[in-house]
Design a protein around this ligand. Sequence first.
Ligand SMILES: Cc1cc2nc3c(=O)[nH]c(=O)nc-3n(C[C@H](O)[C@H](O)[C@H](O)COP(=O)(O)OP(=O)(O)OC[C@H]3O[C@@H](n4cnc5c(N)ncnc54)[C@H](O)[C@@H]3O)c2cc1C
Length: 224
Amino acid sequence: MPKKSDAPSQRARLKRGHERGDYKHQTIHAILDAMPLCHVSYVLDGSPVVTPTFQWRQGNHVYWHGSSASRMIKKSDGADVCMAITILDGMVLARSAFHHSVNYRSVMLFGKASIVSDPQAATDRLKAMIEGLYPGRWDMLRPMNDQELKATTVLSMPIDEAAAKVRTGPPIDDDEDYDLPIWAGVLPVSLQVGAPISDPRVLSGVKTPDHAQNFKIGGHNKKP
Ligand SMILES: Cc1cc2nc3c(=O)[nH]c(=O)nc-3n(C[C@H](O)[C@H](O)[C@H](O)COP(=O)(O)OP(=O)(O)OC[C@H]3O[C@@H](n4cnc5c(N)ncnc54)[C@H](O)[C@@H]3O)c2cc1C
């Protein structure tokens, strides 16, 4: 069980269900690597906004990107940000409505976003995003041109203020409810990837690459 003193900050300290929490980089990195989909929240012009997008991790930083013209990008350089990453692992059906739950792995990450302004560093980060999802693809592609690079902005944030929360296992019912003749248990949930559907305009003779045939969400993410 994590200790209060393990929390990297007051706002990142787990209170409810803290026994399910974890502040270890290893746990946090593993969840980030397993799920590129994230939600980033900011306060824009005084109102909260949550943007679903993709994240990727390199070392102890998390990155996301977008159109240089988007308000999310323009307004978030130097801004306070909260990012959430969620993996739904199961629906947990208990013997009472109150004790229904879900199995999950999630991370909440706080910090200040900053733009990766050096063009070479930004290109390296974009390459890492593509390669993290589809190993070997970057070098198969037409290189990005200057206009595309200019139109794309990469944001980064250190993974210094984060908490993970994980629930596993069966429902936890009230003792007396275990005698009731009610089915209870877990419905495992996972994100499925289907077989590749080739673009009808793929030139004849071009083979479907391994990274498309064997794509797995979070499956290629053996990262430092
Ligand atoms: C798929 C899913 C479904 C959920 N469904 C419900 C639900 O229906 N009802 C419900 O009450 N809760 C649900 N939770 C748990 C929920 O995310 C919160 O943990 C819980 O509501 C407590 O919130 P709080 O702000 O009171 O937590 P607090 O413990 O006060 O939050 C303090 C700090 O703890 C950390 N923290 C809190 N929650 C999480 C988390 N999930 N992951 C990582 N760090 C966290 C953050 O750093 C946060 O700032 C669900 C979680 C997931 C992933």
